[in-house]
Design a protein around this ligand. Structure first.
Ligand code: UGA
Length: 439
């Protein structure tokens, strides 16, 4: 099959990954963005986001990738026009669709052929109906509409695109949906064909369910702390049940990122706007907010008043493998610590919070961050932290206390190395039993 001609509107995270991966699959891609400096950087071969492997992928597919700010140039010759613009939350919790509407409004009136507008951005259920109505009102009957949501997780986005669990395609017209499904024909993935609203809901419900699992295991962790159980063993034992599965059962200091917080708030808001109170999601959000703050109580348990203490926050990004600081739990945690009067020293291998946390001290190395610290908190499970409980770190700290907000260290080894250790949902003292073993 020869490649199709695809225009991708929005050269942000999703647009770049989608465009580069479609090029890798042999399609001709034009990426269009409103920001001239971003397009100029891309033309120079500079990738504005941190995503493992993306720069090599773009480089390898340079011949099939073009970049432009010009709408007419992007749409000219395109058979499919992907919308991959941002849909950030508004103050009400609804998704801000203004960038989506701009793309729809920018489509030329005088198309001489059929094109398919494909929604990759995460949008509330019902958006497809509204866009269809707007296209019809403009007389653009030769513009088809298909929902083809993305399931890309930052840090593993290229793998998620090229080896997806499923590709979801929801169209008004079966021929348009066929055209979109065909783009993925080289991939070994089930194609889920639905109506447009169901495709939109699959995306929202998937993120909502994953978030629900995290808040659920975080609450189990909090109960584990009270009753002396170990949530890592509990999650392992639960996860072996094939009906439950092992994924998204890692307890920690809460979920962040540009997707879960925004998408669950948008789904809750959508339900509310439609006359339904989505009670479960309200709890998922509330549990997550409280979870980000629980480290404060753990620090107080060991240090008493936090005023004047020096706390090292290790990791800033909302998860490893990305420099994304959107809704990162580190921001809430650092702000709470600063409000308590603690000195906050941060370290992250790629993310920066210099502008977001101007009164915290951002350090270039783990050593610098923990120097003279009364406690070190693992906020993001970067692999660089796997060996944190070493003699050099213990020497440098004013007080050898590690709060492991991601349960990445082995408590017995950390304690044996002379540190006090607190995880999330793990017993405060040695129980004599390690993590669960299977055999
Ligand atoms: C998420 C989804 O996983 C993707 O499928 C989806 O396409 C994407 O949102 C999106 O809507 O665009 P992402 O936000 O990149 O991807 O990151 P995740 O790996 O899902 O992690 C989200 C947060 O949950 C992180 O803060 C992570 O630390 C936390 N998490 C994850 C846990 O606390 N425990 C877990 O077991 C898993």
């Amino acid at each position: 099959m020869s490649g199709r001609r695809i225009a991708v509107f929005g050269a942000g995270y999703v647009g770049l990954v989608t465009g580069a991966c479609f090029a890798e699959l042999g399609h001709q891609v034009v990426l269009r963005d409103v920001l001239p400096e971003k397009i100029a950087a891309l033309e120079r071969g500079e990738i504005p986001i941190y995503e493992p492997g993306l720069d090599e992928l773009v480089e390898r597919n340079r011949e099939r990738l073009r970049f432009t700010t010009d709408v007419a140039e992007a749409v000219e010759g395109a058979e499919l026009v992907y919308v991959a613009v941002g849909t950030p939350p508004t103050y009400s919790g609804d998704a801000d669709l203004s960038a989506v509407w701009t793309v729809v409004d920018e489509l030329p009136d005088d198309l001489d052929r059929r094109i398919v507008l494909v929604m990759k951005s995460t949008v509330p259920v019902g958006t497809g109906d509204k866009v269809r109505a707007a296209l019809d009102a403009r007389g653009l009957k030769n513009v088809g509409y298909v929902s083809n949501p993305e399931f890309l997780a930052e840090g593993t986005a290229l793998h998620d695109f090229m080896a997806p669990d499923r590709v979801v395609v929801g169209g008004f017209d079966p021929a348009d949906a066929d055209a979109v499904a065909e783009l993925y024909s080289k991939l070994d993935a089930p194609i889920v064909r639905t109506d447009v609203s169901s495709a939109e809901m699959i995306k929202m419900a998937s993120n909502a369910f994953l978030s629900t699992r995290i808040s659920f295991i975080n609450e189990i962790a909090n109960v584990c702390e009270l009753v002396g159980a170990d949530v890592t063993a509990v999650a392992e034992g639960m996860g072996l049940d094939h009906r439950l599965g092992k994924h998204f059962l890692k307890a920690g200091i809460g979920f962040g990122g540009s997707c879960f917080p925004k998408d669950i708030s948008a789904l809750k808001q959508l339900a509310g706007n439609s006359g339904y109170h989505f009670q479960l999601l309200s709890s998922v959000i509330e549990v997550n907010e409280l979870q980000k703050r629980r480290v404060i109580g753990k620090l107080q348990k060991h240090l008493g008043r936090l005023r004047g203490t020096r706390i090292a926050l290790l990791g800033l990004a909302f998860k490893p493998g990305t420099d994304d600081m959107r809704e990162a739990p580190s921001l809430v945690l650092a702000s709470r610590l600063l409000a308590e009067g603690a000195q906050v020293r941060t370290w992250d291998p790629v993310a920066s919070a210099v502008d977001l946390l101007p009164t915290a001290t951002q350090c270039d190395s783990i050593e610098e961050a923990i120097d003279g610290a009364n406690a070190a908190v693992i906020v993001t499970e970067w692999s660089e932290l796997a060996d944190l409980a070493n003699p050099d770190v213990r020497e440098r700290m004013a007080n050898p206390l590690i709060i492991d907000g991601r349960n990445m260290l082995d408590p017995a080894k950390v304690r044996a190395a002379g540190f006090a250790y607190e995880g999330i949902g793990r017993p405060s003292h040695e129980t004599g039993l390690g993590a669960a073993t299977t055999g």
